[in-house]
Each structure stands twice: as C-alpha cells, then as structure tokens.
Design a protein around this ligand. Structure first.
Ligand SMILES: [Zn+2]
Length: 168
C-alpha cells in the first residue's frame, strides 16, 4: 500500500463512519416539534422550510427518498425512540429495529396505532404502501410485507425523516 492509498482509505473510513453515525441536526427553534402534543398539524410547506434541513424537507414534504446508506440511523445500535424529524411525534422504538440490508433504517412495527398513517401509493409504476407521520402528515417511507417475525412487516424509513433520542 502506498502512503497515498493509506491516507485515502483512512478518509473513506472516516466518511463511512460519518454516514452511519450521522445524527439529525434539529432546529431548536422549530415550534411544531413536541413529544407530548399529539394534535394534528396543518403547516404550510413554506413554513416547514424554515425549520427543516434540506434533506429532511425533501423527504418529509416532497416525498423524496435518500440514497441507500447515506442517511442517519441505518446502523444505529443504540436503544431509544425514533421521532418524526419535523414534529417530534413518536414513530418507532429501537426494539422493533432490524438490519434489513437495504441501507435504510428498518422496523417491523410502528411504536403504536397512532404513530403512522398508511396510504396506497401507485407512483413510479409500483404498488406500494406509503407511510406518513400521523401528526404532521410528513412522508417517512414505505411499508412492505417481507419483514421478519413477529409482524412480517418491513417499515423502510428514510433516516432524514427521523430524529433519534437514546433512552436514559
Ligand atoms: Zn411529524
């Protein structure tokens, strides 16, 4: 190995670690972010744009999809809760997280019955089920029926739609 290639591998390693451990940078001034207020939100996209990062806005408000293995939380091994990055609604517990090998954070069940809304999505020539935050209506990802026991479901989420808080 040349010196240059050693240095290069070091930076590639850093980059990978950076990706898998990426945390969401939340805007502390977001007035809609709450773990306790479950009231449904009606907020304009222009308003969300003020408080969401570019990546989060694209996914949550424009139904975007992050490229595999580029978003946060794919390999997050910590115990805790995953909240909506826009409104702070409780979406998934780490207990239901599993490694799907897809490059997106995956869960076999939502935190509770009022966490998410599921809607038919026939865009891009595929029959899929879209998963949205039940409080703010933000796009989170899709759910598929090829998940592990006990539910057989795979909630395939965009990391940039989530905000993780480790349990204390
Ligand atoms: Zn939300």
């Amino acid at each position: 190995m040349t010196k240059a290639s050693i240095i290069l591998s070091f930076f590639v390693l850093l980059l990978n670690v950076g990706c898998s451990n990426a945390q969401q940078k939340l805007n502390k001034n977001n007035p809609y972010y709450s773990h306790t207020d479950n009231g449904k939100l009606r907020v304009t996209d222009a308003e969300w744009k003020k408080f969401l990062s570019e990546d989060s806005y694209h996914i949550l408000r424009e139904k975007g999809t992050e490229s595999p293995n580029t978003g946060p939380y794919v390999h997050n091994p910590k115990k805790g809760m995953y909240y909506c990055a826009a409104c702070g609604h409780a979406l998934f517990n780490s207990d239901s997280k599993f490694d799907s090998g897809t490059g997106w954070p995956s869960f076999f069940r939502a935190y509770n019955k009022s966490s998410v809304i599921e809607e038919k999505d026939d865009t891009h020539g595929m029959a899929r089920t879209e998963v949205l935050c039940a409080r703010c209506g933000g796009h989170l990802g899709h759910v598929f029926d090829d998940g592990p026991n006990p539910t057989g479901l795979r909630y395939c989420m965009n990391g940039y739609a989530l905000a993780f808080e480790a349990s204390k």
